[in-house]
Design a protein. Structure first.
Length: 272
């Protein structure tokens, strides 16, 4: 019995060590490319090299002196905010109906709402382009907003649905028993409880809309290109570290948004 227990303990240790090693390797694969891009952004020479030969802020200054890049940043910010607001306005009620609603076709509605997340962004971008051409609706900010909203809506729906599924429905029933209507119950009981999830969903949607290139490439206006599309064209003709500097700034923006979520909401609260 003692030998069996020792063998089991040794096996548990080996399994734990293997799991830790696999997790560390996976994290390294995810983080290392971003760290390499950040390092390259400080290369003082006019071409991409790793490891960098020195340290310079030259290319960050070049980013802020490039008016075309600045204009594309403002386009991306404007589009991302609009997409985020549309997805929250549609996604929160849709998630509520999917979790709390009782009606025929509920499963079909859930599949319909989440289906864009099962398709590559390029498919949605090409489909939007062809549909727009069919109805004589050219690529524009409006088409970009609509296509990105379709692509990003499942993020809001899934996050809010996960939060709603963990709430006690008896709270709504207690509110109704006290004389509150459905709208009042939602506004004063349900909404405060799902607010952290809605806040996080909005942040994720903003990041996805800001960084998306697969949908934006086919639906954006050629005269007002968002930043991801501008980078796509820039990387074909420019081999300087300015591309790494822009990418590093985007990485910093994503990290900042995640930090705000962690501090203001707490990532551990999203599913509870």
């Amino acid at each position: 019995m003692s030998t069996l227990r020792q063998t089991s303990t040794a096996g548990d240790r080996v399994a734990r060590a293997g799991f830790i090693a696999l997790t560390a390797f996976s994290v390294l694969l995810l983080v290392a490319p971003s760290l390499i891009v950040i390092a390259i952004s400080f290369e003082p020479r006019a071409y991409i090299a790793f490891p960098p030969s020195g340290f310079s802020w030259r290319w960050y200054g070049a980013v802020f002196q490039n008016q075309q890049l600045i204009d594309s940043v403002w386009v991306s910010l404007r589009i991302s905010v609009i997409v985020m607001l549309i997805c929250l306005a549609l996604g929160v009620p849709a998630a509520f109906a999917s979790v709390r609603g009782r009606f025929i076709g509920k499963a079909g509605l859930n599949a319909f709402l989440l289906s864009p997340q099962m398709m590559p962004g390029m498919v949605i971008g090409i489909a939007s382009l062809f549909f727009g051409a069919y109805i004589a609706f050219r690529a524009s900010d409006l088409m970009l907003v609509l296509s990105l909203s379709v692509f990003c809506l499942p993020f809001v729906v899934r996050i809010v649905m996960a939060r709603l599924a963990g709430l006690d429905p008896l709270l709504d029933e207690a509110s109704a028993n006290l004389g509150a209507g459905k709208l009042t119950t939602f506004r004063r009981v349900t909404l405060p409880q799902i607010a952290p999830a809605a806040f996080a969903a909005g942040a994720f949607t903003f990041i996805e809309a800001f960084d998306n290139v697969t949908v934006s490439l086919f639906t954006s206006d050629v005269r007002a290109r968002p930043l991801p599309v501008e980078l796509y064209y820039l990387v074909q003709f420019d081999s300087s570290p300015i591309i790494a500097a822009i990418s590093a700034l985007e990485i910093g923006l994503s990290f900042l948004v995640m930090l705000v979520i962690a501090k203001a909401v707490g990532l551990d609260r999203l599913g509870r």
